[in-house]
Design a protein around this ligand. Structure first.
Ligand code: BDR
Ligand code: CA
Length: 317
């Protein structure tokens, strides 16, 4: 089996936790490291949460580095109303004894990409501040990145605002830098983000497992359902990781995409040129600084869900 060498960039985050659990356990993924960024909550809390998730996953010694403490320009805007005061469901989990890597996020990204003998896929599922800083600080290393498969953006509506998805809205300038970097990008955005989900029944089944990772996942799902009063809840960011290793489960199209960095109501919107080819031919592309991006538009929901449950719980049926 060909493994995918992968680096995650996270703002853990309940659904980031689902993604980290999956990436740490899936046999087809060689998880090289994780970088943390200010997003759902402050970056110190993101680091603490991520280390706890690695404990729950039973993961080996995977380096975790602290990254940007705020967006490139604006101020931090947290999503603790969704993810809890601690950013990960307020479960009261004891701190991890794992050590944070002494390198900054961008140094870890550089070292992991330079040191890998295999092509490296970066999977950001958080504001793109770390990734933009890395691409700008180390342009020669950036050329070696195989591709970026990101959770963020939308070819339809937003969530943080009517127009913008949270990760892009939190740091639109960073997103614009990443989109224009020339690194091949796949965007797993809000068009599909909510569709793979987990119910209270799924949580109950996971909680019956003897595997600590499955129990942790079950606890997280149950707490998230209780907090949001909604079921199923989305497996969220995990979908980007699945896209990176199982593209056959996802339907994509390539669009010209530009990030709105204005201060208007569309700030943070990922404007996707979805016009019919004949219209595009009649009206030349007026999106300045657009990038060609592969956008996920549909997926095999049952298969994507089953992939997650079977990876988290060996006994899942
Ligand atoms: C994104 O924002 C965060 O709250 C989630 O973790 C996900 O990455 C969805 O807009
Ligand atoms: Ca996230």
């Amino acid at each position: 089996m060909n493994k995918t060498s992968m680096i995650l960039d996270v703002d853990t985050g309940v659904d980031d936790a689902f993604a980290v659990l999956f990436a740490a356990r899936h046999p087809q993924i060689n998880l090289l490291g994780i970088t943390c960024v200010d997003g759902n909550t402050n970056v110190n809390q993101v680091v603490a949460n991520t280390l706890k998730v690695l404990d729950a996953a039973g993961a080996g010694d995977i380096p975790v580095a602290r990254g940007a403490v705020r967006p490139l320009l604006g101020k931090s805007e947290y999503a603790e109303y969704v993810h809890g005061a601690d950013g990960m469901g307020d479960l009261g989990i004891a701190p991890s004894s794992r050590k944070t890597d002494p390198r900054s996020a961008i140094e870890l990204l550089r070292d992991l990409v330079e040191g890998s003998k295999d092509p490296v896929t970066i999977v950001p599922m958080a504001p793109l501040t770390n990734i933009a800083l890395f691409l700008r600080a180390f342009p020669e290393t950036a050329k070696k990145v195989h591709r970026i498969v990101m959770m963020g953006g939308s070819a339809s509506a937003g969530n943080a605002t009517a127009a913008a998805e949270f990760n892009v809205w939190h740091d639109p300038e960073a997103a614009a830098i990443v989109f224009q970097s020339g690194v091949p990008i796949t965007m797993y955005g809000l068009d599909v983000f909510m569709r793979p989900g987990a119910t209270s029944e799924d949580a109950a089944q996971l909680l019956q497992s003897e595997d600590p990772a499955a129990q942790f996942a079950g606890t997280l799902i149950a707490a998230f359902i209780e907090r949001l009063h909604v079921s199923p809840i989305t497996l969220g960011d995990y979908g980007a990781v699945a896209t990176a290793i199982c593209p056959e489960l996802f339907t994509t199209e390539i669009f010209d995409v530009v990030v709105d960095t204005s201060q208007g109501p569309a700030r943070g919107q990922t404007i996707c040129d979805r016009r019919a080819p004949f219209l595009k031919a009649l009206e030349p592309n007026d999106l300045t600084d657009s990038a060609s991006v592969r956008v996920v538009l549909d997926l095999d929901v049952p298969a994507v869900q089953t992939l997650w449950f079977k990876t988290i719980d060996n006994g899942w049926s």
